[in-house]
Every structure is written in C-alpha cells, then in structure tokens.
Write a protein that binds this ligand. Structure first.
Ligand code: SER
Length: 320
C-alpha cells in the first residue's frame, strides 16, 4: 500500500494516454499500487513493471472482479474508440465507449468510496459552438459518433456524481502529442505522425489542410491535468461534466514550419481526406479559465518546447 493509500486501476493502459499515465502513476504512488489493464493491444515491457490484467471493459463482472481482488479505490478509464475509427464503425464506437463507461461507473457506485477519472474531448463541440476560445458551457452538438459518446458520457458522469455522489472527474482534452505510443485512429493523429515521418523520411503527407488549426497539448501536460484534477480537493471541483483544458493552438503548417527548423529539407504536402470535415467541426481554441480558477490548471509546454522535446525523444527511440 502506498503512503497515500491509493490502489489504482488503469483501463486502456496500452493506449496513447494510458501507456504514459500508468508509468507516471506508478512513479507517484508505487508500482505495485497501479494495475495496468489491457485488451487488444499487447503490453510493452515497461508496463510489466507492475501488476497487469487482461480486461474487456464492456464486461462489467470482469471490472468488478479486479476492483475487489486488488482493493482498487481509483480508476483511470482511458479505453475508447477515437473519432476517425469511430466514423468507420459507429456501432462499435457507441458500444465500446458507452458500455465501458457505464460499467466503470456502475462497478464504482456498487463498490463505494471510489474515485474515477474519465477523459472527455474537444469532440463534444460541433454545430452552434463558437470555434474561437470555445467557452466551457458552449452548446454540445457533436458531429461524430465519438463526440456523441463523449457528450453522452459527460452527462452520465454528471448524473452519477449528483445522484450517487460518485467522485468522478473529467477534462475535455484537445489533440495530444506524444512520443511513447502512437494514437489509434483519431483526427489529431497528424500532429504525432508528422514527427515520425520527418525523422524517418523527411516527407509527410498531411491528411488535413495546412490552415487547419486545432487546440493541442503535450503528453506531460496531459498526464499533469489528469493527476492534478484527481488530486484536487473535492471542494474545488464545481463542474461534474468535464473541464475544458488546453495548452496552445496552431495550424498544421505552423507545426511543419517549427519542425523544419530542426530537420533541414523536411517537406510536407497536404491531401485532406474525410478527417478534414471532423477537424472543421471542432474548436480552434478553447477557453479553459474555469479549470485554471477551480483547481489551478496551467500547462508547461508550448509549440517550441514540444518540438524540441519530441524530436530528441523520437530520435533516441527510432535509433534504438
Ligand atoms: N484526439 C482525439 C481524436 O482525434 C480527440 O479527442 O479523435
């Protein structure tokens, strides 16, 4: 048992966010106190540094079993079908995203004394929401099934918090840039792919227009936001839907230009596909004042520092 007494289950520990949050949580709370669960994608050696479990989160009994076996008191539920894959199979996205969230909330309600983190997304916004500096309480009319599951999920979390007093906390993440694990089938994936292709081939064919602007965040800030909201005093959490959080906004072309400063001869062309329409329905920038006021949210990385760090990390990784 850690000093803080936390016993954590990460669902989706092999995903883009899960693979890095799991390691951060193990550093903070002790490796034996963080169970990494995985479903389809196999475990990396790093994740084997602590307890691991195979888990299909669409099966509520399996979640309940792990909560009880490991005396879990905190769940980070990060498993989801993302926006681009979701549009190819909306039925699967609804089923996986909604049933897993419902199961986590139900199993946690039944067990009692639980804390849950579940990420929402900028994808909750769509028609009717201002695209610049999108406010916390803008109308939620998502254009993708992924966004529909995130907006519905926020309502479900809010319901469990108010009706059953379940301590569930959430943030609306922008696009996440990371070096450890590739994102799996989202619209903001170009902001990660571009680094790999710049280093490996000095060429990238980008699937959104060069003037596409989206809010973004680097992985260390992504894990920071999750840990910070989970560590916040309950009296500081006044929103049980999900807090807007962001770090910066830039266009695909601005990202490419920043990478070109470090990789001479890097060339990018732009061939927008179906993901362009999704990007065009999302905010270009977010107003995250509420998260800053309520629980002290503040990102550390900007475009310049992300690009330096990503290139150094990926060069090491791709050489290895
Ligand atoms: N990064 C996600 C996606 O592109 C959005 O939350 O689907």
């Amino acid at each position: 048992m850690s000093e803080s007494g936390k016993r954590i289950l990460v669902i989706g520990a092999t995903g883009q966010i899960g693979s890095e949050i799991t390691l951060e949580l193990r550093r903070r709370y002790g490796k034996d106190n963080v169970v990494a669960s995985w479903h389809k994608k196999g475990l990396s050696e790093q994740l084997e540094s602590g307890p691991v479990e195979h888990l299909d989160a669409t099966d509520c009994q399996s979640i309940k079993k792990i909560l009880s076996e490991y005396s879990i008191d905190t769940v980070y539920h990060l498993a989801a079908i993302l926006s681009a894959v979701g549009e190819k199979n909306p039925q699967l996205a609804w089923n996986v995203n909604m049933s897993s969230l419902y199961n986590v909330l139900e199993a946690s309600r039944e067990k009692g004394g639980m804390k849950v983190f579940w990420p929402s997304s900028i994808a909750v916004f769509g028609r009717g929401a201002p695209r610049f500096n999108t406010p916390q309480d803008a109308v939620l009319i998502p254009s993708t099934i992924y966004g529909v599951t995130k907006a519905s999920g926020e309502l479900l979390c809010n319901y469990y918090a108010t009706r059953f007093n379940l301590d569930v906390r959430s943030v609306r993440y922008p696009g996440i840039i990371s070096s450890e694990t590739m994102p799996g089938g989202g619209t903001t994936d170009y902001a990660v792919e571009i680094f790999y292709e710049a280093i490996k081939n000095k060429r990238y064919s980008c699937f959104v227009r060069k003037d596409t602007v989206l809010p973004m965040m680097y992985m260390p800030d992504c894990t920071k936001a999750a840990v910070q909201i989970m560590e916040a005093d309950p009296s500081d959490i006044h929103c049980r839907m999900a807090y807007n959080v962001t770090a910066m906004s830039f266009s695909a072309e601005e990202l490419a230009a920043e990478i070109k400063k470090h990789i001479k001869g890097f060339e990018v062309d732009y061939e927008p596909d179906f993901r362009q329409m999704i990007a065009d329905s999302w905010p270009m920038s977010l107003d995250d004042d509420l998260a800053r006021e309520h629980w002290g949210w503040k990102p550390d990385f900007n475009l310049t520092t992300i690009v330096v760090d990503m290139i150094a990390k990926l060069k090491r990784k791709l050489r290895a």
